[in-house]
Design a binder for this molecule. Structure first.
Ligand code: NAP
Length: 463
């Protein structure tokens, strides 16, 4: 058995974002388990949303990678970047070579609004915009037209706040960060003056965190604008406020204080609209020209939640671009059960379920497990829960010697299947090259935004 001197438990983790690294960390931490972890990522670079999602002006949040680097430095750990499950390797390939496969694939797509005009040119998912300014290879070639005076961001979660801040803030604040150089250039040329954030419910139901709201209210080049009418609490929301947690109270108090402050005198405005739902994206010549919104009333539901209901009163806001920031959504992994309604992999505390029964040796962590919610740290407990299930399933089992289930066999197999596999040592070289490249323009780093450029840089370094 793994715990009494047999061969180590071999674990593959697919995905190198926070949840993947926390799963490896939890497995390594368990003194009763002898275990090796091979981590795969379709990109040549690790860290998932910490690299491709966290806003460039939130470098403190990104410093969490130091924790992941500690895990990666463990001799029981291997990184295989630029290897895609479902293209370069199949799930069956992995299951044959590993005792356990942990899927840490996140939620790579986005929710839709389901309204007319959503597919017009100039209508995007906020996640595309985020990927674009963060140099993500999937999104770096997208073109966002910032020539209009007004744009809309649908949703009032933390992602919506990030994109509104990036659109409204002085680009020079972002120029020294690790934001893509092409994005900084585009933002410097931007003519956007008004960013409309559209929340379908009221101040007591806002999804953003108080700290993010405070930051939005303190931008150098934009005022946060709200009206007393839209920040007033309806009687049901007032009950939630009176009984509510600190975050809810802080949000409501801050929103009402911003409303009292008036529109301010800065060149740009972030208009945070509440109790409004977009009902149509209006086009002109095939391009976004306006968004029609309906004012909502809030209604307490039998389950205790508060939902928006259209009031029949409409308004039209002229805009040149709309970003829907209404949540991420999972993408199915070939061969793995998928709940297409919730966008997650069905599971019981991390054990993947098929028709209600656990699939032996297959596990899930992070957003693919519980849906796209929570902060980076939320993943630590989530991954520890799954790791505990792995341990439970293998405790007391003798692992027979298996020539395919060794670090060396896996290395040879993966490299035989795919050229240009990126190891963690390779990534550290890319990391150093990015930092070096950034120095020239006084930036924290300039990321490789094309996979081919990253691979070419590695070859240049090796030769
Ligand atoms: P989110 O927190 O779930 O917010 C989604 C927003 O979209 C909510 O305001 C929601 O309103 C709204 N919405 C959903 N469907 C809608 C529709 N059909 N029409 C209009 N509005 C709609 O999701 P997120 O902003 O994508 O963030 C994902 C997770 O990452 C969150 O846990 C977030 O805290 C985290 N994150 C954290 C940070 C940070 O800490 N700095 C930064 C980015 C993301 P309802 O509430 O009415 O449903």
């Amino acid at each position: 058995m793994t715990m009494d001197g047999g061969r180590p438990l071999r674990v593959a983790v697919v995905g190198s974002g926070p949840s993947g690294f926390y799963a490896a960390e939890a497995l390594f931490k368990d003194a009763t388990l002898k275990c090796e972890v091979d981590m795969f990522d379709r990109l040549p670079t690790p860290f998932g949303l910490v690299r491709g999602g966290v806003a460039p002006d939130h470098q403190k949040i990104k410093s969490v990678v130091k924790v992941y680097e500690k895990t990666a430095a463990d001799p029981r750990f291997r990184f295989y970047g630029n290897v895609k499950l479902g293209a370069d390797l199949s799930l069956e390939d992995l299951r044959r070579r590993y005792d356990a496969v942990i899927l840490a694939v996140g939620a790579e797509s986005d929710r839709r609004m389901g309204i007319p005009g959503e597919d017009l040119a100039g209508s995007f998912a906020a996640t595309e915009f985020v990927g674009w300014y963060n140099s993500h290879p999937d999104h770096r070639d997208k073109a966002f037209d910032l020539s209009a005076e007004s744009v809309a961001v649908v949703g009032i979660g933390n992602v919506a706040v990030d994109v509104a801040r990036v659109l409204a803030e002085d680009p020079e604040v972002l120029a020294k960060t690790d934001m893509a150089d092409y994005a900084v250039d585009a933002l410097r040329k931007s003519r956007v003056k008004n960013v409309y954030m559209l929340g379908r419910r009221g101040p007591a139901q806002a999804a953003f965190s108080p700290a993010e709201l405070e930051e939005l209210g303190g931008l150098h080049s934009a005022d946060l604008v709200l009206t007393p009418e839209e920040t007033a609490l309806d009687p049901e929301s007032q009950k939630d406020y009176d009984a509510g947690d600190q975050a809810l109270k802080k949000n409501v108090d801050a929103l009402q204080a911003f409303a009292k402050r008036g529109p301010g005198s800065k060149a740009r405005k972030v208009h945070l609209r509440l109790c409004v739902s977009p009902v149509e994206v209006v086009g002109k010549d095939g391009k976004v020209a306006a968004v029609r919104i309906e004012k909502n009333v809030l209604v307490r539901q039998p389950d205790g939640s508060i939902k928006p209901k259209g009031s029949g009163r409409f308004e039209t806001l002229p805009i040149g671009m709309i970003l829907r920031s209404v949540g991420y959504f999972g993408v199915p992994v070939p061969g793995v059960p998928f709940d297409s309604k919730k966008g997650v992999i069905p599971n019981a505390a991390g054990r993947v379920l098929e028709a209600g029964a656990p699939l032996p040796g297959l596990y899930v962590v992070g957003w693919a497990k519980r849906g796209p919610s929570g902060l980076i740290g939320t993943n630590r407990a989530c991954s520890a829960e799954t790791a505990a299930k792995v341990l439970e399933d293998f405790r007391g089992k003798a692992l027979a010697a298996d020539a395919e289930k060794t670090q060396a066999a896996a290395e040879a197999y993966v490299r035989g299947k795919k050229r240009d596999v990126v190891s963690f040592a390779d990534w550290k070289r890319l990391d150093a090259a990015e930092v070096e490249k950034g120095k020239a323009s006084g930036k924290i780093r300039e990321k490789f935004s094309r996979i081919s450029d990253a691979l070419a840089a590695l070859k240049a370094v090796v030769v």
